[in-house]
Design a protein around this ligand. Structure first.
Ligand code: UGA
Length: 448
C-alpha cells in the first residue's frame, strides 16, 4: 500500500488493522517489520496520502476500493486440518464490509486464497438487502520478503482477475488503472477470477518445487563426487530451465510456500485428484527431509552425539534481509538439536525477537546472542542457517581459535569459502558437496 501511495498521489490510501500496537508502530519511527527500502517510502507518503488507523468501520464506509490482506493460515482444526486454509478472518472481514458499506465497492482479494473463494465472498456480500453492488477482484501478490519494495516497484507481472460481466470488467479496469501508474501495460495481465486465484498457488508451488528438486539432488551429490553448485550452474544455463531458484539449501521456509502447496494439495483432493495432490505434497515432504537430513548429518559427524555440546546457529530468519522467522528452517534445526540435548546459541542481526516468540516454550533453553563471535565462542560447531551477507565476511580464523576442537562448520546455505575454512582447520560440511575434514587417522589425514 505504501508503494501504491507513492506512485498514485491522486489516491488516498488508509491501512487499517485491529492490532492497535501494530498501527502505532506503523505511525512511529520504528516500523514493525524489517524490509530494505520500506522506511523511506512509508516516511515519504505517511500523513500525505498514506494513513494508518484502527478505525476500520469508518474507512470501510469511506473507501471505493478495499484490498483485503488478512491472514489465511493453515487450518488447525476440523475438516482439512493441517492443509486447508482457515478463512475465518476473510469471512469476518467480508461481513464487516457488508455491515459498514453505504455505497458500491470493489473488494480486492490480496490474501492468498483457495480457488473459488471469491464465489463464497460474493455470496456473503450479495446477501445485503441494501441493493448495493460489490465487485470481487483477485489481485494476488508476488513480491518476496527482503526484496519487497523492489519487486513491487518493478514487478515481473501484475495479475488481476475478475468476473467476465460488464461490472466485473469495470472493476478489473479500476485496479489496472492503479498499477498502470508505474507498471508497463504489457506486464499487467488480466484473467478470470479462478485463473488468478489458482495462478498464485501454482507460482509458489513451482518455485518451491525447484528448491526441493535441487535439494533432492544435493543428497545424491553428497554421496558421489558431484558438487550441487556445479550441477545447478550446468543445468541452469539451459534457457529452458533457467538459473534462478536453484540454490540448494537446508530447505525453504517462509509463511507462503508450505501453506500454499498444502492448500493446493487440499484442493486437488477435494476434486478427487489424489495423484495430483500426492505429486505436489512430495515438494513439502522433500523439504522436511532436507532439514531432517541436515540435523542427522550434524549429529553423525559429531561422533553420534551433540548432547551437552554448545552449537552456534548463525541465522534465524527464513532468508536474508528479513526479520521474519515463520517456518524458518533455522528454527526447525534448532528444535531438532534441542531434542538431541545440544546447548543452542542463536545469532541473527534482525530476527532474534521473532525467533524467541516463534520458539515458544523451547526459547527458555536457547541463548539469543546478536554478536556472532560471542555465539561461536566455546562452541563445538557452528551452522549457517540464513544467507546474511555479513556471515561471509566474519573473521573465521578468530572464530576457529575461540572454538572447542575439533571444530565443525555446517554451511546450510553454501555461502562460505569451504576450501579456505578447511585449510584453517575446520571440518566443513556443506550442502551437496562431499565433506572436507581434518581428522587424522593413524598419522595420515583422512576424509571421514
Ligand atoms: C515467496 C515467493 O518467491 C513470492 O513470489 C511470493 O509472493 C511469496 O512467497 C508469497 O507468497 O507471499 P518469500 O517466501 O518471501 O516469497 O521468499 P523466497 O525468496 O521465495 O524464499 C523462500 C524460501 O526459499 C527461503 O527460505 C529461501 O532461503 C529459500 N530458497 C530460495 C532456497 O532455499 N533456494 C533458492 O534457490 C531460493
Amino acid at each position: 500500500m505504501a508503494v501504491i501511495a507513492n506512485n498514485c498521489p491522486q489516491h488516498r490510501v488508509a491501512v487499517v488493522d485491529i492490532n492497535a500496537a501494530r498501527v502505532a508502530a506503523w505511525q512511529s519511527d520504528r516500523l514493525p517489520i524489517y524490509e530494505p527500502g520500506l522506511d523511506e517510502i512509508v516516511r515519504r507518503a505517511r500523513d500525505k496520502n498514506l494513513f494508518f488507523s484502527t478505525e476500520i468501520d469508518r474507512h470501510i464506509a469511506e473507501a471505493d476500493i478495499i484490498f483485503v490482506s488478512v491472514n489465511t493460515p493453515t487450518k488447525t482444526f476440523g475438516r482439512g486440518a493441517g492443509r486447508a486454509a482457515d478463512l475465518q478472518d476473510w469471512e469476518k472481514t467480508a461481513r464487516q464490509i457488508l455491515e459498514n458499506s453505504t455505497s458500491p465497492k470493489i473488494v480486492v482479494e490480496k490474501s492468498t486464497l483457495p480457488v473459488r473463494t471469491a464465489e463464497a465472498m460474493e455470496r456473503i456480500l450479495d446477501s445485503n438487502s441494501k441493493g448495493m453492488r460489490f465487485d470481487i477482484v483477485s489481485n494476488p501478490e508476488f513480491l518476496a520478503e527482503g526484496t519487497a519494495i523492489r519487486d513491487m516497484q518493478n514487478p515481473d507481472r501484475v495479475l488481476i482477475g475478475g468476473r467476465e460481466t460488464p461490472s466485473g470488467q469495470k472493476a478489473v479496469q479500476a485496479i489496472v488503472d492503479i498499477y498502470a501508474q508505474w507498471v508497463p501495460s504489457e506486464r499487467i495481465v488480466t484473467t478470470n477470477l479462478w485463473s488468478s486465484e489458482l495462478s498464485k498457488l501454482v507460482a509458489n508451488a513451482f518455485l518451491a518445487q525447484r528448491i526441493s528438486s535441487i535439494n533432492a539432488i544435493s543428497a545424491l551429490c553428497e554421496k558421489t563426487e558431484a558438487d550441487v553448485s556445479e550441477v545447478a550452474h550446468a543445468i541452469g544455463m539451459d534457457s529452458r530451465i533457467g538459473s534462478r531458484f536453484l540454490r540448494a539449501s537446508v530447505g525453504f521456509g517462509g509463511s507462503c510456500f508450505k501453506k500454499d502447496i498444502l492448500n493446493l494439495v487440499y484442493l486437488c483432493e477435494h476434486y478427487g485428484l489424489q495423484e495430483v495432490g500426492d505429486y505436489w505434497k512430495q515438494v513439502v515432504e522433500m523439504n522436511e527431509y532436507q532439514q531432517a537430513r541436515f540435523v542427522s548429518n550434524m549429529v553423525l559427524s559429531m561422533f553420534n552425539t551433540v548432547a551437552g555440546k554448545r552449537i552456534a546457529l548463525l541465522g534465524a530468519a527464513f532468508k536474508a534481509n528479513t526479520n521474519d522467522t515463520r517456518e524458518s528452517p533455522a528454527l526447525n534445526v534448532c528444535r531438532a538439536l534441542l531434542e538431541e540435548r545440544a546447548e543452542i546459541v542463536i545469532s541473527d542481526p534482525h530476527a532474534l525477537d521473532n525467533a524467541r516468540a516463534d520458539l515458544g516454550d523451547a526459547a527458555q533453553h536457547v541463548t539469543f546472542e546478536p554478536d556472532p563471535y560471542a555465539a561461536a565462542e566455546g562452541a563445538h560447531a557452528i551452522a549457517i542457517l540464513t544467507e546474511w551477507p555479513h556471515f561471509i565476511e566474519l573473521d573465521y580464523e578468530a572464530i576457529f581459535r575461540s572454538m572447542i576442537k575439533p571444530a565443525f562448520i555446517f554451511d546450510g546455505r553454501n555461502i562460505l569459502d569451504h576450501t579456505r575454512l578447511h585449510a584453517m582447520g575446520f571440518n566443513v560440511y556443506a550442502i551437496g558437496r562431499p565433506p572436507l575434514t581434518n581428522f587424522v587417522v593413524n598419522g595420515t589425514e583422512a576424509n571421514v
